[in-house]
Design a protein around this ligand. Structure first.
Ligand code: BGC
Ligand code: CA
Length: 345
C-alpha cells in the first residue's frame, strides 16, 4: 500500500511536470522567438539616415539572445509617399510587430495610421515630425526626434561667435554680413525652424546681415553645389557666410568653391548641421567652419528601446515620454576645438 501510494504520487508529479513543460513551451511560443521590426525611410540615400541606421542595427542586435531573434527590415521609399504607403501595408500584412516610419510627407500619415490601427500595430515615427493632432489620432503612435529650434540657435551662435572673433569675415568692410541659406526639403520641420532660428540668433547678437539669397537644395550635396555655383558665378567673392540646414549641403557648397577660382582667403564661413562623418573631417581641415551634432546615437537608442517595449507589450513609464508620445533629443555645437570628441563616438 505504501509503495503503491508513493508510485501514485510520483506519477501525478510526472504528469504535472510534463504539463508544466508543455504549457511553458506554449508560453514561449506565444511570446515569440522572432520579433519583426519594419523600418521605412523617405530615401535610403540620405546620409544622416544611413548613419542613424547603422546605429539602429547595432542597437536592435543587442536585444538578441538564444531565445529571441530580431528580424529588422529597412526600406527606402524613393521620395514617394504613395510607395511608402504600399510598403507599410505590405509590412503590416506580413505581420511586423512594430513599424518605424520616417515619413516622406510628414503631413500625410493617415493611410499608414488607419491600417496600423485596424491591425493593432504600433508605429514609431522618427526624424520627420508629424503634427500633434495626427500623433493623437490613436494611442499607439509615437515620435522620436530632435529639437529643431535648438539646432538653429546653436548654428546661429556658432556663426555669430566666428564673425565676432574674426572681423575680416566682413570682407567688403560695409558693417554687414552678406549671406546665403541652403535649405532642406520644403515643409520639413528642420528646414523651416533651423533657418528661422539660425538667422534670428545672429541678428540678436547684434550682427547686421544682408541676405543675398535662399535656395532649396533638398538636403542634397550635389544640388547644393549646383545652386552655390550659380551664386558664385553671379557674386564672385562677395559672399561672406553660408548657412546650411545640413552638412551634406554644406559639403556641396564647399565643393562649389573648390571647383571655382576663388582663393581660400576670399571664401565665406560655411556652417552645417548633423556632424556626419565626412563633415567632421571637413571641420578638422578647416573647410567647414562648424556644425551642430544631430545625436543619431541617442535617437537610434530611443527608437530601438521604444520599439522593443512595444513589441513585448511592456510598460513605457521608465522612458519618460513627453505627453506619453515623444522622445526628443538635444543637439551639440561642434568646432575645430571639440571635434575630436565626436570622431570617437
Ligand atoms: C537631417 C538631414 C536629413 C533629414 C532627413 C535632418 O534632421 O539634419 O541631414 O537629410 O533630417 O529627413
Ligand atoms: Ca560685408
Amino acid at each position: 500500500m505504501k509503495k503503491k501510494g508513493k508510485t501514485l504520487v510520483a506519477l501525478i508529479l510526472i504528469f504535472f511536470i510534463s504539463l508544466s513543460t508543455v504549457s511553458c513551451k506554449n508560453g514561449d511560443y506565444k511570446d515569440k522567438k522572432t520579433i519583426k521590426i519594419g523600418v521605412l525611410c523617405y530615401d535610403e540615400r540620405d546620409t544622416f539616415l544611413r548613419e542613424l541606421f547603422s546605429c539602429l542595427k547595432e542597437d536592435f542586435s543587442k536585444y538578441e539572445s538564444d531565445d529571441l531573434k530580431i528580424s529588422l527590415n529597412i526600406l527606402g521609399s524613393n521620395n514617394s509617399q504613395r510607395l511608402q504607403n504600399e510598403q507599410a501595408e505590405e509590412m503590416m500584412d506580413d505581420g511586423v510587430d512594430v513599424l518605424c516610419v520616417n515619413l516622406v510627407d510628414r503631413t500625410a500619415p493617415s493611410k499608414i495610421i488607419d491600417k496600423a490601427r485596424s491591425k493593432d500595430i504600433p508605429i514609431v515615427f522618427f526624424n520627420r515630425e508629424l503634427v500633434d493632432e495626427d500623433l493623437m489620432q490613436w494611442s499607439k503612435l509615437y515620435y522620436v526626434g530632435a529639437n529643431a529650434k535648438m539646432s538653429g540657435n546653436l548654428q546661429g551662435k556658432l556663426a555669430s561667435d566666428a564673425i565676432k572673433n574674426n572681423p575680416s569675415i566682413d570682407k567688403n568692410l560695409d558693417g554687414k554680413i552678406q549671406y546665403v541659406v541652403m535649405q532642406g526639403q520644403p515643409g520639413h520641420q528642420d528646414s523651416i525652424i533651423r533657418t528661422e532660428n539660425s538667422v534670428s540668433k545672429i541678428l540678436d547678437s547684434g550682427i547686421k546681415l544682408e541676405k543675398i539669397g535662399t535656395s532649396i537644395a533638398n538636403w542634397n550635396r550635389s544640388s547644393a553645389e549646383t545652386k552655390m555655383k550659380e551664386y558664385i558665378d553671379q557674386y564672385g567673392s562677395d559672399i561672406e557666410l553660408v548657412l546650411c540646414n545640413n552638412d551634406d549641403m554644406a559639403l556641396g557648397v564647399i565643393d562649389a568653391y573648390n571647383r571655382s577660382d576663388i582663393t581660400e582667403s576670399s571664401r565665406p564661413l560655411v556652417f552645417g548641421v548633423d556632424g556626419n562623418e565626412v563633415a567632421l573631417s571637413a571641420v578638422i581641415n578647416g573647410d567647414l567652419s562648424g556644425t551642430v551634432y544631430n545625436d543619431k546615437e541617442s535617437q537610434a537608442e530611443g527608437i530601438s528601446k521604444l520599439a522593443m517595449k512595444l513589441a513585448k507589450n511592456e510598460n513605457l513609464t521608465d522612458l519618460n515620454l513627453i505627453k506619453g508620445k515623444y522622445l526628443i533629443y538635444g543637439y551639440y555645437p561642434i568646432t575645430k576645438d571639440n571635434v575630436e570628441k565626436y570622431l570617437k563616438r
